[in-house]
Design a protein around this ligand. Structure first.
Ligand code: SF4
Length: 297
């Protein structure tokens, strides 16, 4: 790749590119999968808004601090890798020009005991609270372990770009109880993604289909369909309950046709929800009674 003469000066001259993150490339951390059953993981419309430079909703100081705490925990793990003398590099920039995806690998370590493939790429995810550790650090209600889908997409994308590194981990770091757990990710020859020996049914091809779809919408300046919703209707509630997404109490209430106020977390934490749902009152702006009334319609 050609490097301009002043490449190393650019971060000094332009604070916008200090982190070398580009608005015209999809962030790997926002990726999803375009499957026959719809989108899983990241929302295409949300990424479209970011790439079209849409104004973000202001975030609270608390939410900004939560983000900073997450980064600090990941920095501790990098420091520990250095002290353990297994550190190779961190914040490694990766780019896929064909599908217009960019990102940074959190950490690369070397396994001193390995006779082959000693390098391991790691994506760190700092989490807290029971809902986050369920399935990632402790088993879920069905006794399973599985990383969050967005994290699988991001790490698989890195593994695909840096294909010389054969070993990849998604490593969860729990801030409140200081437990950690790693999930080993492998891309199979047919592009399917396996995590800790389990075929996820997801593939690299589905990540590329997701990215290509976003880029096509960005080029024509037409927002992609909404991939998620802040408030499930009856059918969506039942489908989510059947997938085992709720605890026993909520699942029982749904099966008895009682209304339960639930929606996709993607919308709850979206920086563009008020642009996306302009003209509608979002459930986050209602009290619970108003949300249930809306559900009844
Ligand atoms: S509000 Fe929901 S559907 Fe709309 S852009 Fe955000 S995540 Fe996507």
């Amino acid at each position: 790749m050609w490097l301009p003469e002043n490449y190393f000066d650019l971060p000094l001259l332009n604070p916008e590119i200090q982190s070398m993150r580009r608005i015209d490339y999809i962030y790997a951390s926002n990726l999803g999968f375009l499957t026959e059953d719809g989108v899983k993981g990241g929302c295409r419309r949300c990424e479209f808004y970011r790439m079209r430079n849409t104004e973000k909703q202001p975030r609270s100081v608390e939410s900004l601090r939560v983000g900073r705490y997450g980064e600090a925990v990941a920095e501790v793990e990098v420091d520990l890798a250095k002290k353990a003398r297994i550190y190779v590099d961190d914040e490694v920039s990766v780019i896929d020009h064909k599908h217009r995806i960019s990102g940074r690998v959190d950490l690369i370590i070397i396994d001193p005991a390995a006779s082959s493939d000693p390098y391991i790429g790691i994506e760190h995810k700092s989490i807290w609270g029971y809902h986050s550790i369920k399935g990632t650090i402790v088993p879920d209600a069905r006794g399973r372990f599985m990383p969050k889908i967005k994290h699988i997409a991001q790490t698989a994308c890195y593994a695909n770009i840096l294909s010389g590194i054969k070993r990849w981990w998604i490593r969860y770091l729990c801030r409140d109880v200081a437990k950690t757990r790693k999930h080993e990710l492998v891309i199979l020859d047919n592009g399917r993604i396996s995590v800790s020996g389990v075929d996820t049914g997801l593939s690299i091809q589905q990540i590329h289909a997701w990215a290509d779809s976003v880029i096509a919408h960005v080029r024509t300046n037409t927002p992609p369909p909404r991939d998620f919703t802040p408030l499930y209707n009856k059918q969506q509630l039942k489908a989510a309950a059947n997938r085992g997404e709720f605890g026993k109490t909520d699942a029982n209430r749904i099966s008895r046709n009682n209304k339960v106020y639930k929606g996709d977390f993607q919308c709850k934490y979206c920086d563009y929800s008020h642009t996306c749902w302009a003209g509608e009152t979002l459930p986050y702006d209602m009290n619970i009674q108003q949300a249930l009334e809306k559900l009844r319609k």
